[in-house]
Write a protein that binds this ligand. Structure first.
Ligand SMILES: [Zn+2]
Length: 526
């Protein structure tokens, strides 16, 4: 108890220094030295490596969450709490191990979300635009699919008897989640209604169909994408008067009804709104299909809190269902719309998505233990998003740099994009941002080059990890290394020789449950 009390006290002191303004104690060198010594003491405990078998494995994927996005989201989180922001810790910042991930696709220096998803889910780098197939498959060429399929860690986990789940804020057949279950040469083949006749005639299957057919008993599926599950012209349950949300399937199948029929005797529940989701008792649900929108879910900043669940609420229910399996679970959580906000040049939407994903990471941490759960947070790729301009400590993250441009004598926002829709000329010159409301949700930050959609960035992204074998995610790594580590830690997939001792029991752990609990408490409190 004494140790716990000290930890709590330590956390309170830490929180106390993170108030707005320039804290007086920061002028005292001892303040920094003592802080560093506390951090060092914490780091020294990591010499006892956690070599437990990971019963549970969770991957949090921030789509487009490059390192500038992580830093800016951290500052935003702090400022939302009335702090300066720079000294704030995101939940992912508390993970003890960090590595860099090289994100290029086999055929692209700056990658897309499909080829990268194949890397961090299937363990194999691939071409951009393709999911669940190796680099011998050619984008959009149906006849290059067969023989080039690669399976994902979600399937390896399912085959090992674990429960598996997918939770995303995009449509459930979007690039990121689809690499977990599909083998498709084109990430845009959401339903057969989006596929060319030639591909259908050659026997290629759409992504929505593959979601239910390839791994038929995925235990938890939550996100958007209802319209791809229903026959063409079927009105949507939530927006029956709006034709653009009608079903898209040409084959006349109703994939939701097929799923509910199949799950009738298996404690399966289908929900399409928040009320029905939160009223579920996870004890009575073994399989959950939640489709909350015809397409992607709304941005967190625009979400209707009565009708649409947050990512955190979905993750909460997913873990409560999945953890009932005594053999553990694999869960893929995607903060999928960080990417969309950036593509639109709307940094405020993107950063609030990142903060929400961090909340979901906090919730998952409360529901699991580092003793038996390996949690990994990473991104598929970055964006050409940046913030700078010699802003002062505590400067509002969406605010202006403190000086005018010394070329055109106009102010500029700290956040800028290398390219995108925010490029704007007024009378042949750069727009004066002080004449517009750069704080509104839909403000498009200025970009150097005009493009309808801002592009991905090519630099490395971070990998944060905690739990069993988290230390293996270290250094600068290729992106496809990630699922190999997660599988190794969980004793699933291709590399299991280390998993059994001569007695046949799981390998011995080097970290005690008590120490794990204490570390968990510290991470939760700080
Ligand atoms: Zn993108």
């Amino acid at each position: 108890m004494k140790v716990a009390a000290l930890i709590i006290l330590g956390c309170l002191v830490w929180e106390g220094i993170a108030k707005p303004g320039f804290p007086e104690q920061e002028k005292d060198p001892d303040f920094w030295k003592e802080w560093a010594q506390r951090t060092l003491k914490n780091a020294l405990t990591l010499q006892d490596l956690n070599k437990n078998v990971a019963k549970n494995i969770i991957l949090f994927l921030g789509d487009g969450m490059g390192i500038p996005t992580v830093t800016a989201a951290r500052i935003l989180k702090g400022q939302l709490n009335g702090q300066n922001g720079e000294e704030t810790q995101l939940e992912m910042d508390k993970f003890p191990y960090v590595a860099l991930s090289k994100t290029y696709n086999t055929n692209a220096q700056v990658p897309d979300s499909a080829g990268t998803a194949t890397a961090y889910l299937c363990g194999v780098k691939a071409n951009e635009g393709t999911v669940g197939v190796n680099a011998a498959a050619v984008k959009s060429q149906c006849n290059t699919t067969r023989g080039n399929e690669v399976t994902s860690i979600l399937k390896w986990a399912k085959d090992a008897g674990k429960s598996v789940g997918i939770v995303t804020t995009t449509r459930v057949n979007h690039a990121t989640p689809s690499a977990a279950y599909a083998h498709c040469v084109d990430r845009d083949w959401y339903s057969d209604g989006e596929m060319p006749d030639e591909a259908l005639q050659s026997g290629c299957k759409d992504l929505a169909r593959q979601l239910f057919e390839n791994i038929p008993d995925i235990d938890v599926i939550m996100g958007g994408g209802r319209k791809y599950m229903y026959p063409r012209n079927t009105p949507d349950v939530e927006y029956p008067g709006d034709k653009k949300h009608n079903g898209t399937r040409k084959d006349g199948r109703n994939l939701v009804r097929e799923w509910t029929d199949r799950m009738k005797d298996k404690k399966g529940s289908y929900v399409w709104n928040k009320k029905d989701l939160v009223s579920l008792n996870p004890k009575n649900v073994d399989y959950l299909l939640g489709l909350f929108e015809p397409g992607d879910l709304p941005y967190e900043l625009e979400r209707n809190k009565e009708t649409d669940p947050s990512l955190t609420e979905m993750v909460d229910m997913a873990i409560k269902i999945l953890r009932k399996n005594e053999r553990g679970f694999y869960l893929l959580v995607e903060g999928g719309r960080i990417d969309h906000g950036h593509h639109d040049g709307k940094a405020k939407l993107a950063l609030h998505e990142a903060v929400e994903m961090d909340r979901a990471i906090t919730r998952a941490g409360l529901l699991t233990s580092i003793y038996d759960t390996l949690s990994v947070v990473t991104a598929d790729h970055s964006h050409v998003f940046s913030f700078g301009g010699y802003t002062h400590r505590g400067n509002p993250i969406f605010g202006l740099a403190p000086t005018m441009s010394d070329i055109d004598q106009k102010p500029f926002t700290s956040i800028l994009y290398g390219n995108g829709p925010g490029f704007k000329l007024v009378n042949g010159a750069r727009e004066n941002v002080s004449a517009v409301d750069y704080n509104q949700n839909n403000y498009q930050a200025q970009a150097a080059v005009p493009l309808k959609m801002e592009t991905h960035g090519g630099e490395d992204v971070a990998i944060f990890s905690k739990g069993p074998m988290a230390h293996l995610l270290h250094g600068v790594q290729e992106q496809h290394y990630i699922p190999h580590v997660m599988a190794y830690a969980a004793c699933i997939g291709q590399n299991k020789n280390h998993c059994r001792t001569s007695s046949g029991s799981p390998s011995l752990s080097n970290i005690s449950p008590t120490l794990a609990l204490l570390l968990s408490v510290k991470w939760l409190l700080c």
